[in-house]
Write a protein that binds this ligand. Sequence first.
Ligand SMILES: Nc1nc2c(ncn2[C@@H]2O[C@H](COP(=O)(O)OP(=O)(O)OP(=O)(O)O)[C@@H](O)[C@H]2O)c(=O)[nH]1
Ligand SMILES: [Zn+2]
Length: 203
Amino acid sequence: MTIEPLISAADEKQEVPGLRALTQDWLGAIGEDPEREGLLKTPHRVAKAWGFLTAGYHKSLQEAVGDAVFEADGSEMVIVKDIEFYSMCEHHMLPFYGRAHIAYIPDGKILGLSKFARIVDLYSRRLQVQERITTQVADAVQELLAPRGVAVMMEGVHLCMAMRGVQKQNSSTSTSAMRGLFKSDARTRAEFMSAVQGTLRGR
Ligand SMILES: Nc1nc2c(ncn2[C@@H]2O[C@H](COP(=O)(O)OP(=O)(O)OP(=O)(O)O)[C@@H](O)[C@H]2O)c(=O)[nH]1
Ligand SMILES: [Zn+2]
């Protein structure tokens, strides 16, 4: 079957090549009629949505942060809290989402605050497990700033555990990655943990 182009050139930038045809097959496989009115544009929408949801594959860390690494004095802890993230689990390709908290102790270099959110998006917009995003974010901050320490904590709700499988609606998962002083010094780690404590569900 031929698939007519339904999109403008501007939209095409985001569309995953080949995903329209696969989505049509998918719709057929689950017993749907891809030709019915409500589904006609769905393959296009899905290809575009997945372009966005997996944009992290096509961006480098350098592109995500640009030139926003600055020289600065001071070695006090910086904490950016409650950065929301949305990702897709690599086991079921279902969403998981929540908040990320990032702290670091500078050693001559600081990062533009918005870039922490950009780093979280860079690694979330892929097929992932929460542990790997957490580690990748910590390693990225370490690589960019070579700070005295980095801490990342993520709290996530996994729809593959809620809407199918074990069907646990109220569970959330916390993952953390500690580098430098946050790993070696219990007080530094405790300061971070108390600043970000509380769960997604409990606030
Ligand atoms: N560690 C980790 N596990 C995850 C994450 N997202 C989903 N999972 C788990 O991946 C596992 C895959 O388990 P399998 O037994 O291979 O798959 P399944 O038969 O669909 O498992 P159930 O979900 O228990 O029905 C499940 O336990 C999921 O809860 C994640 O971010 N981190
Ligand atoms: Zn899953």
